[in-house]
Design a protein around this ligand. Sequence first.
Ligand code: CTP
Length: 402
Amino acid sequence: MLTGKKILIGITGSIAAYKIPLLVRLLKKAGAEVKIIATSAAKDFVTPLTLSVLSGFPVLSEAFDKETGAWNSHVELGIWADLIIFAPVTANSLAKMATGVADNFLLTVYLSAKCPIMLAPAMDLDMYKHESTQENIRVLMQRGHHFIAPQSGELASGLCGEGRMEEPEKILERIRDFFVKKNRFLGKNILITAGPTYEAIDPVRFVGNHSSGLMGVEIANAFAEQGAKVSLVLGPTALKVVHQAIDVIPVISAKEMFDATTALFSQADIAVLSAAVADFRPKEAANTKIKKQTDSDSMMLELVKNEDILKTLGERKQANQFLVGFSLETDHAIENAKKKLRSKNLDLIILNTLEDQGAGFKHNTNKISIIDRSENVCSYDLKSKKEVAADILDFIFQALRK
Ligand code: CTP
């Protein structure tokens, strides 16, 4: 499965480094070429001799090797690798990666690398839970790095909790999975809508909703990571989108989202409309701030219907296009979602209901069911939105193969 794949392992100073020889062995058995960079702290936990015998290459630590006089180019190593995996990666190294500090050879390779990056952290539970570590992980994940969450269990400190590096066998599975999926959507044009829309009342106020846009952004990231070219029509959100294969088209109102999305649809092979589009907008948006009227305790705001973007795409859809919608429900969820699937002429509908704890707006997690045209319902557990996005892509991939 990994024949010919070039994998660079970056080992930092954690006791979990003792598990890396097994990872090297597993990768080699799977056919990969493996090179290793170990920080000087890492070499206190695992011997370079073991690693170099198993990998077949000398373990690198410095740009300049004083013993041999060799110069190890950080740029070349970054270009050589198809994937760099930092395992174990400490809280300290995560912080440096998040902020661009390059005070050792491994970090200079990180800064010059163009290939995908995987992170398998290991640390004590309180270091892992610390807000600064969590913030650094968020930054690195937003950068599109793949995160292999540490497991819960007994830690080297004797404490019990989250922080154990994932087992080498599981890391191997994630690496295999990454290469299997890497080019699944190569050459495909994907159109995604995400986020809320703001419907102006006057220059300072709007009618909006609580959507963060995270679900749609994760779907965009997942498609980009699997080889596709993505156009992301994105309502107002604080989220950063950084993947080079994603073209972000920022919009504010439902009208702007409609115009941008319909203009791009004819080029799209697959469209996934996850935006929480306002169904109504104020009939007139005032040009100046509406003043509070002292003689009245109430105010009428007349709303008119916005166009349904998804329905419009369903009407225009060609036989070679695949259209996916979302359905946010609070009651009679499956029944309502099936109705939307039919009335909007969709290939799939993804249902999330606010009845499920941890699902929908304001959460980093979601719980979905996917309904296809034959009205089969496939329900998933509560997962992070990144994992949910991966499930959605798996489903779309399988549906397109049928
Ligand atoms: N949608 C859209 N344009 C709209 C309204 C909704 O493209 N003006 C899309 C959403 O992006 C989503 C799907 O339609 O993919 C369903 O949205 P949802 O809010 O669940 O349902 P509505 O169709 O708006 O119906 P209702 O509000 O009555 O549930």
